[in-house]
Write a protein that binds this ligand. Structure first.
Ligand code: GAR
Length: 226
């Protein structure tokens, strides 16, 4: 069943992080300048003391660390995490560098309103070390993809993808830096589509303006920022 969003009201976003939170910052900035018509209702990190929590505090956003190591099992952690998320009544849950694998039970709890950004041209390179893998394979292009989260790791339907060139002398770090600049554009842009009621997940597929998206999603160009 597709949950109807009350389009017109400002949607509430809960952002999950594990680290620096530069993507979180792009959401905070986009909400502040009006290009993202939503509000970051809370930021939750599975690690204490990370920069992303400071970014949230600086923007007066409730910020909470919930350390997964304090729980006996993944399920126990996720049960508590899920309740914490729901206490902020989110319309959309945004994984922004949240580096925990999520069980099907957790994903299904938020199915259709759980999105992620992954630093590869999905469906290529799910998992870790994406930039090094792209360089090792001799790929000419790398990038990042916003996708709905489904129980399959990095396997949910793609929404918006930024493609950047791999340069001859690239290291994983230099490529990551180039890709990250585009992550900051595509992630809030995709969230805005959701907030406008244009984007949803239906039968495991990403649907934008009533059309099913291709396996890469929309390929980013500057007009996607609108
Ligand atoms: C980003 O590059 C994001 O794509 C990646 O972690 C980084 C977080 O940076 N996410 C994943 O690898 C998820 N599998 P940030 O904390 O500065 O936003």
């Amino acid at each position: 069943m597709t949950e109807q969003l009350a389009v017109g009201k400002e949607l509430r976003l809960v952002v999950l992080i594990s680290g620096g939170g530069s993507n979180l910052q792009s959401f905070i900035d986009a909400c502040a300048n009006g290009s993202l018509e939503g509000q970051v209702a809370a930021v939750i990190s599975n690690k204490a003391g990370v920069k992303g929590l400071d970014r949230a505090a600086a923007a007066d956003i409730p910020n909470i660390a919930i350390d997964h190591r304090a729980f006996d099992s993944r399920e126990d952690f996720e049960q508590n995490l899920g309740e914490l998320i729901e206490s902020f009544a989110p319309d959309l849950v945004v994984l922004a560098g949240f580096m925990r694998i999520l069980t099907a039970q957790f994903v299904n709890r938020f199915l259709g309103k759980l999105i992620n950004i992954h630093p590869s041209l999905l469906p290529a390179y799910p998992g870790l070390h994406t930039h090094q893998r792209a360089i090792d394979a001799g790929d000419k292009k790398a990038g990042a993809t916003v996708h709905f989260v489904t129980p399959e790791l990095d396997g949910g339907p793609s929404v918006l993808q930024a493609q950047v060139p791999v340069l001859p002398n690239d290291s994983a770090d230099s490529l990551a830096e180039r890709v990250l600049r585009f992550e900051h554009k595509i992630y809030p842009a995709a969230a805005q589509w959701f907030c406008e009621g244009r984007l949803r997940m239906e039968n495991g597929l990403a649907v934008l303006d009533g059309k099913v998206l291709s396996e890469n999603g929309v390929i980013f160009n500057e007009s996607a920022e609108q």
